[in-house]
Design a binder for this molecule. Structure first.
Ligand code: FAD
Ligand code: DHB
Length: 389
């Protein structure tokens, strides 16, 4: 088998890259270890920055997102029994769109299939060879047979558990990591929205987030021990915790049938450089943010934007300067988002082990951020993804 760009992983990064390359007349093959049903049903992100929405729309992927996603002009920060609104549109001129990641994936898979794009699900044994040469290749198994995909470039879009990052020699890599001692308990609920906008709540018992998926399905999260088990949480216990952390005198979380529960750990991670020879990494394969700032999916999209332009330039003119600059260009935005996500996480969560003095500082910071216009503007710019990098 031969293609121009061999892509490992059919998450948002891999599928979007393949689609954008196709629009530029560049051939690619996508190899995915899971099934189509699995990737289209895994519940993850929900918040799309305006830049992500524009890119998807320009690439012809906007129809369902526009029809089924919801535009949010702001969100709320809740603490000390009050809610303070962050008016994104007034502060930045931009809004975010809530549209589930697996819906973006369905749109991308449909677009690749409509264009007869080569997309292999259920592959195993993915191995990368020859990235130091001009003729790298990917070996993999599919439907019981061994295959070798020869290509000009290998792009690792295989998420945090993939094989691509390890193909860059450890001596040439510098990894930065911060593991948080808490996780998020996520639920999907059959209920009407509890609030018109997302609510990020800071409470003595821990963080909670009220998000949405549609007029009948809601997404909520609350801070938990990352080693906890979903089975330890009855529905009654979950609702008691959500009410305690989020309710105010005049607004209560609306309960409903909980039909999915999961726990995710939280960490910050950046691996540099994001390239070596003919191998390039994008998205979660190279970096992770804690979900508090809603940046992970948006960062994957922004890596893909930078890499597509570099590959396009290479195939158009043979010039490699954008490819050479890929890691450096992408990392500017990545570090901005890493800082924002870390800052939001530290401001919003219960930090066990910190002194009462530091707990008071957290409240002082929330007061400042929600009352100073310049602080609110900085928060809003980072949230919608328009802060200068
Ligand atoms: P992935 O989505 O992880 O895709 C990688 C793909 O590669 C997977 O399908 C995997 O099966 C495949 N793969 C792995 N190894 C191999 C292999 N060896 N061979 C072939 N295929 C392989 N981000 C936001 O922007 N906004 C949010 O609101 C948000 N909320 C989140 C909430 C939660 C609870 C979680 C967990 C994440 C959230 N994120 C959010 C982060 C976001 O989901 C990720 O950053 C995003 O999925 C990254 O996309 P990706 O394509 O880089 O990687
Ligand atoms: C959602 C996830 C996030 O990480 C976030 O910050 C906001 C919303 C969500 O899944 O809806």
């Amino acid at each position: 088998m031969r293609t121009q760009v061999g892509i490992i992983g059919a998450g948002p990064a891999g599928l979007l890259l393949s689609h954008l390359l196709h629009l530029q007349g560049i051939d690619s093959v996508v190899l995915e270890s899971r099934s189509r049903e699995q990737i289209e049903s895994t519940i993850r992100a929900g918040v799309l920055e305006p830049g992500t929405v524009d890119l998807l729309a320009e690439a012809g992927l906007g129809a369902r997102m526009k029809a089924e996603g919801t535009v949010h002009d702001g969100f709320e920060l809740a603490f000390g029994g009050k809610r303070r609104r962050v008016d994104l549109v007034e502060l930045t001129g931009k809004a975010i769109t809530v549209y589930a990641q697996h819906e973006v994936l369905k749109d991308l898979v449909a677009a690749r299939c409509a264009a007869d794009g080569a997309l292999y699900f259920n592959v195993s044994g993915t191995t990368i060879d020859g990235i130091d040469s001009d003729a790298p290749s990917i070996r993999f198994q599919h439907s019981g047979a061994e295959h070798t995909l020869h290509c000009d470039f290998v792009i690792g879009c295989d998420g945090s558990q993939g094989v691509s990052r390890a193909a860059i020699p450890e001596a040439l890599r510098q990894d930065y990591e911060k593991v948080f001692p808490f996780g998020w308990f996520g639920i999907l609920v059959e209920a009407p929205p509890s609030s018109d906008e997302l609510v990020y709540a800071h409470h003595d018992r821990g963080f909670a987030l009220v998000s949405t998926r549609s007029s009948t399905v809601q997404r909520m999260y609350f801070q938990c021990d990352p080693k906890d088990s979903v089975n330890a949480w009855s529905d009654d216990r979950i609702w008691a915790e959500m009410h305690t952390r989020v309710d105010t005198e005049d607004q209560q979380v609306i309960e409903g049938r909980i039909f999915q529960k999961n726990i995710v750990g939280m960490r910050s991670f950046v691996s540099t450089k994001m390239q070596h020879g003919r191998l390039y990494l994008t998205g979660d394969a190279a970096h992770i943010v804690p979900p508090t700032g809603a940046k992970g999916l948006n960062l994957a999209v922004s890596d893909v934007r930078v890499l597509t332009a570099a590959l396009q330039e290479f195939y158009r003119s043979g010039r490699e300067h954008l490819l050479e600059a890929y890691s450096e260009t992408a990392l500017r935005r990545i570090w901005r988002a890493e800082h924002f996500s870390y800052w939001m996480t530290r401001m919003m969560h219960r930090l066990d082990g910190v002194s009462p003095f530091e707990q008071q500082l957290q409240i002082a910071e929330l007061e400042h951020v929600t009352t100073s216009r310049s602080a609110l503007t900085a928060l809003a710019e980072n949230y919608v993804g328009t802060s200068a990098v």
